[in-house]
Design a protein around this ligand. Structure first.
Ligand code: UD1
Length: 422
C-alpha cells in the first residue's frame, strides 16, 4: 500500500488542471448500458473509481476502449448477467447499473453495493423508484433482483429526499419506460444535469434538469453519442483549499465558478480572494499568512448548498483559523472520520453527533496518519501541507479513488510531497 510523505510549510503557487468530474462520469458509464449504440465519454478522470466502473460494465460484456481521458464504450453485446461481488463491493455507485440494465432487458441482478464507510448509505430510494415504474424488486442472497416483464411504465415519482444517486436511477429508468415520468424532489447537483445532458445526446427526452422537477418522455430513439463531462467541482474546491491553507495562489484551470458558488462564498468569508482567470478560476489565501484565516460556520446541504464532499477539506482550514468554527453534517451520519487523524496533527476538535466544533490553532505539527475514506484522506493532505515538519499518510488508495495525480498536481505548485510505493 502506497504512502504519501509531505513536508509542510511551503506556499503553493501555480496552475492545476481540474479533471473531469468522477461523480458525473460514473453514472454516464452506467448509462452506456441503456442503448445498443456506442457512447464516447471524452473527459473521464483517471481515478480508480472510474477504472472500477469500467471493469463492472466490462463484466456485463460492454467493450471498452480507453485513450487518455476518452473512453469509447460499445454496449451492443451487453448481457444482464452477474457481476463478481469483489468488483462491486468497492463502490457504492455500482448500484447505478441496475436501472439501465433493467430498462433495456426487463431484468437485472446486481450485488448490493459497498463504498466509502461514511454511514449506512442505504439504497432503498433507488429500489422504490424502480418499483414505482412497475418493476418487481427483491433482495436474494446479497443481490438485488429486479424484473419488469412487460417493460417499465412511466409514473409520477416523489423522492423522499433529493438523493443524487436515486435521481440518477430514476432518470435512467424513466428513459426506458413507456410514457411520461415526472420526478419530484429531484436532486439538482451539476452531476445530475450532466447525466441528463449525456442521456439527451444518446437520444432521450428530458426537461427540467437543474430543478426539483424532471420530466422524462419515454419515447426515444437511441443513437451513437459523444459527451464531454463537466469539471470536478470537488477537486477544484480541494485545490482552492490547498491555496488558502498555505497562503498561496492557485489557478484552477477549467473550473466553473457557477458550480462552486456556496464553496467560494465560504472561502471568501474565511479570507480568500477569488477571481475569474483566463482559463478558469484563481484562488489566493490571506495576504497575512501565516494567520489571518477567519473561522467558519458550515452546514452541509444538497446542491446548491455547501457540499458534504468538501466538509473535511474546510475542517483542515478551520483547524488553523483565528477562532472557533462550527460544522454541521446533514447528509451522511458518519462523515467525521478525519477528526481523530486531524487531532493527531494537533487540531483541537470537539465532536457531538453531527456537529463538530473546531478551535483554530496557530500551528499544526506533522505526524503519521491514516486515510479512512476519500475526502477524509485529502483533508489530511491539506493539513499536512500547512503543518510543521513531516507527515506520512497511509492507505493512499482511498485518495486514488477520486483524485487524479494528486501528488503530481500539488508538486507542480511547489508542494514538498512524495509518493512512496510499497
Ligand atoms: C453522491 C456522491 C457523493 C456525495 C453525495 C451527496 C456519487 C458517486 N457520489 O452519493 O460523493 O457525497 O452524492 O452529495 O455521485 N439515501 C437513502 N436511501 C437511498 C439513497 C440515499 O437513505 O436509496 C440517503 C443517503 O444515505 C444520504 C442521503 O440520502 O444520507 C444522500 O445520499 P445521495 O445523495 O444518494 O448520495 P450518493 O448518490 O450515494
Amino acid at each position: 500500500m502506497d504512502q504519501l510523505r509531505i513536508t509542510g510549510g511551503r506556499r503553493l503557487d501555480g496552475a492545476v488542471p481540474i479533471s473531469g468530474a468522477k461523480n458525473a462520469g460514473l453514472p454516464q458509464i452506467a448509462a452506456s448500458l441503456l442503448s445498443p449504440y456506442p457512447l464516447e465519454l471524452t473527459n473521464l478522470p483517471k481515478v480508480s473509481d472510474v477504472d472500477n466502473m469500467l471493469r463492472i460494465i466490462g463484466q456485463y460484456q460492454a467493450q471498452v476502449t480507453r485513450e487518455g481521458q476518452a473512453v469509447r464504450i460499445d454496449p451492443s453485446a451487453v448481457e444482464p448477467g452477474d457481476v463478481d461481488y469483489e468488483t462491486v463491493r468497492k463502490m457504492r455507485a455500482s448500484i447505478l447499473v441496475l436501472a439501465p440494465l433493467l430498462g433495456r432487458f426487463g431484468h437485472a441482478k446486481v450485488s448490493l453495493p459497498g463504498g466509502c464507510a461514511i454511514g449506512a448509505r442505504p439504497v432503498d430510494m433507488h429500489l422504490r423508484v424502480l418499483t414505482a415504474l412497475g418493476a418487481n424488486v427483491m433482495i436474494e442472497g446479497g443481490y438485488i433482483v429486479a424484473t419488469a416483464k412487460g417493460g417499465l411504465s412511466g409514473a409520477r415519482i416523489v423522492l423522499p429526499g433529493p438523493s443524487v444517486g436515486a435521481t440518477e436511477t430514476a432518470l435512467m429508468a424513466a428513459c426506458c419506460a413507456s410514457g411520461e415520468t415526472e420526478i419530484l424532489n429531484a436532486a439538482r447537483e451539476p452531476e445530475v444535469c450532466d447525466l441528463a445532458a449525456c442521456l439527451i445526446a444518446m437520444g432521450a427526452s428530458i426537461e427540467g434538469a437543474g430543478t426539483h422537477r424532471l420530466l422524462v418522455d419515454g419515447q426515444r430513439t437511441w443513437r451513437p453519442a459523444s459527451h464531454h463531462g463537466i469539471p470536478d467541482r470537488v477537486e477544484a474546491g480541494t485545490y482552492a483549499a490547498a491555496a488558502v491553507i498555505t497562503g498561496g495562489r492557485i489557478e484552477l484551470v477549467n473550473a466553473r465558478m457557477e458550480h462552486l458558488a456556496s464553496v467560494f462564498q465560504a472561502l471568501e468569508a474565511m479570507g480568500a480572494t477569488i477571481w475569474p482567470g483566463d482559463r478558469g478560476v484563481v484562488v489566493s489565501g490571506p495576504a497575512t499568512h501565516p494567520g489571518g484565516l477567519r473561522p467558519t460556520d458550515i452546514t452541509t446541504e444538497p446542491y446548491p448548498g455547501f457540499p458534504t464532499d468538501l466538509q473535511a477539506q474546510f475542517m483542515a482550514m478551520a483547524a488553523l483559523a483565528d477562532g472557533a468554527s462550527l460544522f454541521r453534517e446533514t447528509i451522511f451520519e458518519n462523515r467525521f472520520m478525519h477528526v481523530p487523524e486531524l487531532t493527531r496533527l494537533g487540531a483541537d476538535i470537539a465532536l457531538n453527533g453531527s456537529v463538530a466544533m473546531v478551535r483554530g490553532r496557530s500551528r499544526l505539527k506533522g505526524a503519521p496518519v491514516m486515510a479512512t475514506d476519500l475526502r477524509a484522506s485529502v483533508c489530511l493532505v491539506l493539513a499536512a501541507l500547512a503543518a510543521e515538519g513531516e507527515t506520512i499518510i497511509n492507505r493512499v488508495y482511498h485518495l486514488d479513488r477520486g483524485y487524479e495525480q494528486l501528488d503530481r498536481k500539488l508538486a507542480q505548485c511547489g508542494a514538498d510531497i512524495e509518493r512512496i510505493s510499497q
